[in-house]
Design a protein around this ligand. Structure first.
Ligand code: MSP
Length: 508
């Protein structure tokens, strides 16, 4: 086990429907964190995939006049395509209908059974197919709906139960001993009060439909889709085989989820794992929900936002940038198209793009198509200038922000750095220095281009295509694009030849 490994997962997405902005958001958050950790030099495993069993998927398949298997094959492909158009850097895509997953679920179930955490009884209560969740009478709304607004049906059937109640104290102890287990803090408190109200045992099988993984030794029952789905985080690492992959990555795992599925991840999942005698993940990180122009997103309102349409209209980098920039991680966000355009144009096009373009073009024109040929000693001086020291502080702050999943703060920092660089140019006025002090002009330009190098390296996390274009234009080789290269030892090479600059962030 090494501190240098990092395992990050998206939820596996239900394939009853096509991808929407919520799926895209969770996926991009994981991609951003994953790319950040890789640039820190960590050995990262990033997994995403699809949740393909259960009554909801089965019903949708029949409705589409397809067999469940054909239906899930078709829709899983669409989710896989989403990972491509969003430029995700995942290492694996897991489908819960794959054999490797079924083997893992069977093994996991047997562990729960062997440790006497599963017993047979009869379930009677409310079930929401849309949420794939059991609800108690007091959880229903006055209109007798699930708290999510989904319809519920009365279910009365023989069932296997997981002895959740016996894990109550151990769960509370775990949260207490590991304050970062559930993030953000506000949600941690919600989970704690939910548990303090008392846990009841959980029905973990269904027997009135068949689209699922069969209970080992009793084919009449399928395993509850949430128990099945959660195990994907293990099966993607080769569980139940005790592979190196598993022992390296599992203890370093971070599950990123939407706040609506926190209970499954922060209560059921750790309880299952404790019962199976498997170490718990490092943390469960929950994000907020997007609305569309102020309205809840739902199929019935017809306001679902397709990531495919968005990327087609604006391009992948503007979409990635907007989704990460617009909301403070953990809180809800409102998707407004106009704001996407505004953010991109004012921040990336006008600020970062303009800084890059004006300095590169200036150097190309007045420094002989080269990175300004400052004396090597000047680089030390530059790094000691107050404004450059501030830039370095901001880069260091980013490491704290990423630990707290404060993604938009890193982008704040990028924009501040850009503003500072633009201000530095405006103060130093290199266009005047051209006739009065060419040495100073070269130093100013060099300093700004060095900041642009910093910006390009950090921006790889958020807008990989555009950042790579920036770094290519600066002539930074592929093996010098990590965070460890943000230092004077790897500063731009004075006098290196530049290619004809081309604009990177075109206005939308
Ligand atoms: N299949 C389960 C997860 C199983 S993980 C072991 C599931 N799938 S889902 O497709 O319904 O949702 C996947 C993710 O999308 C969840 O994290 C959910 O929070 C997120 N979102 C769904 N709608 C959303 C928004 N409107 N905004 C942001 N994220 C939302 O749940």
């Amino acid at each position: 086990m090494s501190q240098n490994n990092y395992y990050i997962t998206t939820p596996v997405f239900y394939v009853n429907d096509v991808p929407h902005i919520g799926h895209a958001y969770t996926s991009i958050v994981c991609d951003v964190i994953s790319r950040y950790m890789k640039l820190c030099g960590k050995n990262v495993k990033f997994i995403t995939g699809t949740d393909e069993h259960g009554q909801k998927v089965e019903k949708s398949a029949w409705k589409a006049n397809m067999s469940p298997q054909n239906f899930v094959d078709k829709n899983a492909d669409i989710f896989r395509n989403m990972t491509k158009i969003l430029n995700l850097s995942h290492n694996d895509f897991i489908r819960t209908t794959e054999d490797r997953h079924k083997i893992a679920v069977h093994d996991f179930w047997k562990k729960l059974e062997d440790s006497h955490n599963i017993y047979k009884g009869t379930y009677s209560g409310w079930y929401s197919v849309q949420d794939e969740t059991y609800f108690t009478e007091d959880e229903l709304t006055k209109d007798r709906l699930a708290p999510t607004g989904a319809p519920v049906e009365w279910v009365e059937e023989p069932s296997y139960f997981f002895a959740l109640s016996k894990w109550q104290t151990r769960l509370l102890q775990h949260y207490e001993n590991n304050p970062d287990f559930i993030q953000p803090k506000s949600l941690r408190n919600e989970v704690i009060s939910f548990i303090r109200n008392g846990l009841t045992d959980l029905s973990v099988s269904r027997n009135n439909f068949s689209w699922g993984i069969k209970v080992p030794g009793n084919e009449e029952y399928v395993i509850y889709v949430w128990l099945d789905a959660l195990v994907n985080y293990l099966s993607a690492l080769g569980y139940p085989n005790q592979t190196m992959e598993f022992s390296n990555f599992w203890p370093e795992s971070v599950h990123v989820i939407g706040k609506d599925i926190l209970r499954f991840h922060a209560v059921y999942w750790p309880a299952f794992l404790m019962a199976a005698n498997i170490v718990l993940p490092k943390s469960i990180v929950a994000h907020g929900w997007w609305t569309n122009e102020g309205q809840k997103i739902s199929k019935s309102l017809g306001n679902v936002i397709s990531p495919f349409d968005l990327v087609q209209e604006f391009g992948v980098d503007p979409v990635r940038y907007f989704l990460m920039r617009e909301i403070t991680f953990g809180t809800d966000g409102n998707f407004v198209k106009k704001n996407l355009i505004l953010r991109y144009n004012t921040e990336l096009a006008n600020k970062v793009g303009n800084l890059l373009q004006r300095t590169l073009c200036f150097a190309y024109k007045y420094c002989d198509q080269k990175i300004p040929a400052v004396e090597i000693e000047y680089i030390d001086k530059l790094y000691n200038l107050q404004f450059f020291q501030d830039i370095i502080c901001r880069i260091q702050e980013n490491n704290t922000y990423i630990k707290l999943f404060n993604i938009n703060k890193i982008l704040d920092n990028i924009i501040h750095m850009t503003d500072e660089a633009n201000r530095y140019i405006d103060i130093e006025q290199p266009w005047l220095l051209r006739t009065t002090d060419v040495v100073k002009m070269q130093q100013v330009l060099y300093g700004v281009l060095e900041i642009v190098r910093y910006l390009g390296i950090v921006l790889q996390v958020f807008v990989p295509n555009s950042a790579s274009n920036m770094l290519n234009q600066l002539g930074i080789s592929q093996d010098q694009r990590q965070f460890k290269h943000l230092s004077k030892e790897f500063a731009l090479q004075p006098g290196a030849v530049l290619k004809q600059p081309t604009p990177v962030f075109l206005r939308i």
